[in-house]
Design a protein around this ligand. Sequence first.
Ligand code: ADP
Length: 269
Amino acid sequence: MIELKNINVTFHQKKKRIDAVKSVSIKIDKGDVFGIVGYSGAGKSTLVRVINLLQRPTTGEVLIQGKDILDFSAKELRQQRKKIGMIFQHFNLMKERTISENIDFSLKYSGLSKAKRKEKIESLLTLVGLEEKREAYPSQLSGGQKQRVAIARALANDPEILLCDEATSALDPKTTSQILELLKKLNQDLGLTIVLITHEMQVVKEVCHKVAVMEAGEVIEENDIVSIFSNPQKELTKDFIRTATHIDQAIETIAQHPTLTNLAEDEEL
Ligand code: ADP
């Protein structure tokens, strides 16, 4: 579906050269849930900008259905960008607009009539489980609900790929699981391809089929999820797995302890 071949992205800042992405080659197939994991500064966001066609690589090829994006016309590139939805850590909702209006904003250039847009918004709200909140404002929603709106908005133009950049980092563990369940559902029921950028291996473990581990701009290890967890090759990958195991144990402890369970409840408004 989308293939990156030997991608390098170099920035120059005050005579300093920053190699944000170095020799990265990855292939994301249709229907994949592909995780890109790495600590802050590893180059994940830059790579996402390459995938969503906002950042042109300094060198290397980006192929969509086998065709180099350099061979796309400006119009074709715009059409391709529409096939990619994005969600972020801090939701990026417009606080002065209602939930319906936030979603409607993405349909502005859809060419749909007002009635069809309304129908579309309702079906998106149902998909993410927020029918009751259509007239609410973002400030009236919990973090998990805000991310559901962001997902609905990202899906408004029927994208083929959903890019999630640290989409659960601002959420507590229980809400994170709920959002990941929704992403799984979108992948399984709608066949949506998902790319998930995170610094949390726990997130990758819950939802991804494949994972690439990044360090200092490079993909140092890439494999399917079972192989990565059962036979990690790099120290950094092992570090990430250890963190995920600790979180698993913490969740188990919370589940067994009624007082802690109450503390972990998502505040529903
Ligand atoms: P991550 O998402 O893994 O935290 P980033 O892709 O944001 O990593 O950043 C990778 C490196 O590239 C960092 O050193 C960052 O400071 C640098 N970088 C990212 N974007 C720019 C830019 N527009 N100009 C200069 N340096 C940048």
